[in-house]
Design a protein around this ligand. Structure first.
Ligand code: TUI
Length: 296
């Protein structure tokens, strides 16, 4: 959620009873610090920061999050094991995103506070296993609370995740279309218009596959893939593309990272309405299931 989950959205989500997470992506540490301070100015509620471990600034960002004493750090695209003691020493809850059972087990043993099991329906960097298959396997394999991510955008998805053993859900794509999300209007529009097969996974040959909405850029990526181009060619083509889409609104040649549920997002809503409707719908479904079935 780099360039997407910025201070305004994060504060709105936390104010509404969720846990807003700043997406730091490949941003400069100074920008991350400014975002943290901005959220602190907007809400007294807890919030978190996601650290993308492939970023060249990952370590520097973790150090500043320790100084700023943020409540929660989630991590993506790697193993945060070596930073665990440092963050725990500052009282930070550490919640890594995992896309495999093996990493989930390793991190659970090393003392993380919870895990986010993310299926390949999600936007951005993805693993190979779907949420439906990954989540119960991770739940069975670890002793810490598991939060579900990937393919969840309404109360039905939340209820399903809870049924599979999750303690909570993480949603990204739906919040791109939150009123408080500062992405370019073109991006919100593209998500609202998206259909079920409009996302695609590119970059598999680089070892860092990402799910994005199809456009002229993804066509170029697919051409590179078919021609067997070296990884450096992808990296060159990818530089700055997410910011180009999310901030500048170039949805043709920018990288619009969004999950498969983009097709289910139908309009822009305030963050409070999104959270309230998702939770209410999930509660109603679960209440209905337990009231209408005899459970031995
Ligand atoms: O990280 C994300 N989503 C992202 S990161 C991103 S930016 C990017 N830049 C360059 C290359 C690739 C991406 C855009 N979206 N989500 C969390 C996530 N983490 N999904 C999957 C993983 C993951 C994958 C492998 C976590 C750990 C992991 O383990 C590798 C290891 O060290 O065992």
């Amino acid at each position: 959620m780099a360039w997407v989950s910025t201070a305004e959205l994060v504060a709105a989500v936390s104010e509404a009873g969720g846990l807003g997470i700043i997406g730091s992506g490949q941003a400069q540490p100074q920008w991350v610090r400014e975002q943290v301070r901005k959220v602190k100015g907007l809400t007294g509620k807890p919030f978190g920061v996601n650290v993308m471990l492939l970023s060249p600034y990952a370590e520097e960002i973790i150090n500043l999050l320790v100084e700023e004493r943020v409540a929660v750090v989630t991590t993506g695209a790697g193993n945060p094991g070596k930073y665990l003691n440092l963050m725990h020493g500052a009282g930070i809850k550490v919640i890594p995103v995992v896309s495999s059972v093996a990493l989930a087990k390793r991190l659970s043993r090393s003392g993380v506070d919870a895990l986010i099991a993310e299926g390949m329906e999600s936007g951005g960097h993805v693993g190979e296993v779907t949420t439906m298959a990954l989540l119960p396997q991770v739940v069975d394999a670890v002793d810490v609370p598991v939060i579900a991510a990937g393919g969840i955008c309404d109360g039905r998805g939340m209820a399903a995740a809870l049924m599979l053993g999750a303690e909570g859900v993480q949603m990204g794509t739906r919040f791109i279309c939150a009123r408080e999300c500062t992405v370019h209007e073109q991006v919100k529009d593209m998500i609202i218009k998206a259909k079920d097969r409009d996302s695609i996974v590119t970059g598999r040959p680089t070892g860092h596959p990402v799910r994005v909405l199809k456009n002229r850029l993804t066509k170029k990526f697919m051409e590179l893939e078919e021609s067997g181009a070296p990884a450096e060619e992808y990296e060159k083509l990818g530089v700055g593309r997410m910011k180009l889409a999310m901030v500048d609104g170039d949805i043709d040649m920018g990288s619009v990272m969004a999950g498969q549920v983009a097709a289910m997002v139908q309009r822009v809503d305030p963050a409070w309405d999104i959270i309230n409707s998702v939770v209410t719908e999930a509660e109603n479904i679960i209440r209905y299931i337990y009231s209408s079935k005899v459970v031995d």
